[in-house]
Design a protein around this ligand. Sequence first.
Ligand SMILES: Nc1ncnc2c1ncn2[C@@H]1O[C@H](COP(=O)(O)OP(=O)(O)O)[C@@H](O)[C@H]1O
Ligand SMILES: [Mg+2]
Length: 303
Amino acid sequence: MNEVLKVNDVTKVYGKQTVLDNVNLSLKQGEIMGLVGPNGAGKTTLMKIITGLIKKYDGDVYIKDEDIKNKKKHNTKQIGCVIETPGFYPDLTGYENLLFFAEISGLKDKNEINEIVKKLGIESYVNKKAKKYSLGMKQRLGVAQAVLTYPPILILDEPTNGLDPAIVPELRKFIKYIAKEKKTAVLISSHILSEIELMCDKVAFIQEGKIIKIESLKKSEKDTAVIAFVTSKLEELKSFFNDKKLNYKILGEDKLHVALNPNELENLVLSISKKNIPIRSVYEVKESLEQKYLKTMGDDKNA
Ligand SMILES: Nc1ncnc2c1ncn2[C@@H]1O[C@H](COP(=O)(O)OP(=O)(O)O)[C@@H](O)[C@H]1O
Ligand SMILES: [Mg+2]
């Protein structure tokens, strides 16, 4: 897969505050990355740097191998974004706003606009004047505008803010659709962790301007899983794992957890039964993103 976005050692200082501290991340074609962190962590600042809205910073941002510092003009063909509340011409309808943006970005085919309007499910209000829109309506019109020309990169800052919860799955479906079908790389921030978990291939945890962890959420890319073994012969199972040099964690008098590659599990269970160690149950211990987040972030009150 091609890398379309690379953030290289980006640091941003406001006065005495280091708002972004040596941030590194990269995005490939069609990949959806979540950016998760408490208020004030630096999510919006990072997105503004990537989209060229903030021009003074240390480090480099490459879009398709080109340093954006060398670009004179903000290139809407390469990057679409919704950051903070999108601005529209209030006396134009949503559709007219889209037509206007289509024209300035050189998009001629109205069918594409109609398709996006339909896919996003905004037909019901797209012919009303933009000044009558709620925040959620603006957010979705903003997404429509950001993807009009199907840019290779899409940046969405908390796009579910102000959205009716019933609409959120629709937006999620749309974002997955453009990532998969249009090969768009998407960077999306959200404080709703379950949203990120349902939508993203990867998640970057950011705290006080530092990316503290980037984790894959794709099953196939995980090489270890935490497996629970339940047995009435815990001592024997312990010595089995000791012999195998596998680390385990005891949980109660009949259970332990082992981190291992899931591909090894079948053979491992066979060898355990060959040793006549009775196993009552074997299962994967799933960690929700929320648990991961809490573990990574500590118990931050703003989270
Ligand atoms: N223009 C600015 N001037 C000074 N400080 C700013 C400015 N913009 C953001 N900050 C500070 O930078 C930090 C990160 O802000 P922001 O990127 O908006 O975080 P997030 O989007 O994760 O909530 C905050 O402490 C904020 O107060
Ligand atoms: Mg923000």
